[in-house]
Design a protein around this ligand. Structure first.
Ligand code: IMO
Ligand code: MG
Length: 423
């Protein structure tokens, strides 16, 4: 059985926790897009682990983790993350971690350009500053450097020299910034290549062989559907396809091989960075939910913007990702609220929108149409079965199911591993 877990909103839906739980029953977990802009938090026995590039399944002994070709890899960040996990007692051996030679490499000039570009923009995106956008841009412009190039000094030399010739001119003329020195970067990245080499393989072949051997594969999405470069709230998005479609191009596994797509859905909505957010709270509610939900970015530490559940948004996600089941996360964060709202449509200039609009003007100015539900005002964190949930919590879940037209299979009611209800 090959399963995908995708974020259905703007990221940070709790994918890390869900992957940690589901990956116990799969053989291989694969990241297929994004880079170290992701921040997936898992809490085991009170200990917190945050994954950026490595799949969160690493916590399960003996499971294989793959970084597929669609991921952009910052080798410095990768090696630091491996070292950090090893210091916590997790063995990251080449048997357990496989990295595609086709992954594009985040270079120092990508990281710098990421923030410099923001300074020139009127509409700032609020990127994580990890160089993700510029790296994907070079991939598409066809001047990118791939992991496999780091293992070939001759190729790396040619590509890097060629890149720096152009980039240094841009940096000087457009951003009045000092140039990047070939020698330093070349040596630094050759060294990274040596350290990463043992993990590098053709992960597409590896995964397809595993599928032939009836192994179970789990694909771990990063970011969320509305950060997808095509379907998200463009241009306030990330630079990869974070939707289910990204699995195929980002791993080399064909669409016919995918059996199940689980949407990770936060019981309310959050967003980090800039961009439209129709159901965003006013100040007071924002603070209450942020505090209870610990809504601060796992990568940048920025406070996340919070809002009510938006079923227009998530229904759109369910459609384009072909979602077969839902996992409702962080339901316990709503425990104390007397009333809970669900957005069921948008209104703009006298028109009602029941499905997610394409026009940026509409998305930016739409007023949500809300349905108000009764809160349960009971702590959920100790509950372990669906039928023990308070009546109003069940009504809330079942209303979401109705609006999204997909069954809820998991309900998370706390951050630790056992705080999950299987339905
Ligand atoms: P996980 O996997 C939430 C957001 C950034 C910014 C936009 C573009 O933890 O859900 P980028 O650095 O990708 O060019 O930034 O995307 N963003 C995320 N928001 N969760 C994430 O990952 C994110 N990754 C990127 O805040 O608005
Ligand atoms: Mg995150």
């Amino acid at each position: 059985m090959n399963t995908v877990v995708v974020g259905s909103q703007w990221g940070d839906e709790g994918k890390g926790k869900l992957i940690d739980i589901i990956s116990e029953n799969s053989d291989i977990t694969v990241r297929y897009q994004g880079g170290n802009n992701a921040g997936h938090t898992v809490i085991v026995n009170g200990k917190q682990y945050i994954f950026h590039l490595l799949p969160s399944a690493l916590l399960h002994k003996g499971k294989v983790c793959v970084i597929g070709n669609g991921v952009v890899v910052d080798p410095k960040a990768l090696l630091a993350e491996i070292a950090e996990q090893e210091s916590k007692g997790i063995k990251v051996t080449p048997k357990r971690l496989k990295i595609s030679g086709l992954c594009h490499v985040v270079m120092p000039y990508h990281r710098i350009l990421d923030s410099l570009r923001e300074t020139k923009r009127k509409n700032k995106i609020g990127t994580t500053g990890r160089g993700i956008g510029p790296c994907y841009a070079d991939k598409v412009t066809r001047c990118g450097i791939r992991i496999i190039d780091l293992l070939n000094p001759k190729i790396l030399k040619e590509k890097l020299a060629d890149n720096l010739r152009e980039k240094n001119e841009i940096f000087k003329k457009v951003y009045s910034r000092n140039d990047f020195r070939f020698r330093n970067i070349y040596q630094e990245y050759l060294n990274y290549g040596k350290k990463i080499a043992p993990y590098v393989c053709d992960t597409a072949i590896y995964l397809n062989q595993a599928i032939d051997q009836k192994k179970d594969i789990l694909f771990e999405g990063a970011q969320g559907t509305f950060l997808d470069i095509d379907f998200g709230t463009y241009p306030f998005v990330t630079s990869s396809n974070s939707t289910v479609g990204g699995v195929c191009v980002g791993s080399g596994v064909a669409p016919m091989k995918i059996d199940k797509a689980i949407a990770c859905v936060k019981a309310y909505t959050t967003r980090v960075g800039e961009g439209p957010f129709p159901t965003e709270f006013s100040c007071k509610m924002d603070e209450i939910v942020r505090k209870k939900g610990k809504e601060y970015g796992a990568t940048t530490g920025r406070p996340r913007r919070c809002g009510w559940f938006d079923s227009v948004l998530v229904r759109y996600s369910a459609i384009i990702n072909g979602i077969t089941e839902l996992a409702i996360m962080k339901l316990d964060v709503l425990d104390d609220l007397k009333e809970i709202k669900i957005c069921t449509a948008y209104r703009y200039r006298g028109k009602t929108y029941k499905s997610f609009p394409m026009d940026f003007e509409v998305i930016s100015h739409a007023k949500p149409v809300y349905e108000t539900m009764k809160g349960w005002c009971t702590p959920l964190s100790g509950i372990r079965t669906y039928k023990e949930l308070p009546h109003h919590a069940r009504i809330y879940i079942e209303r979401l199911e109705q609006l999204l037209k997909v069954q809820v299979k998991y309900v998370s009611i706390g951050s630790s591993r056992d705080q999950i209800i299987f339905r």
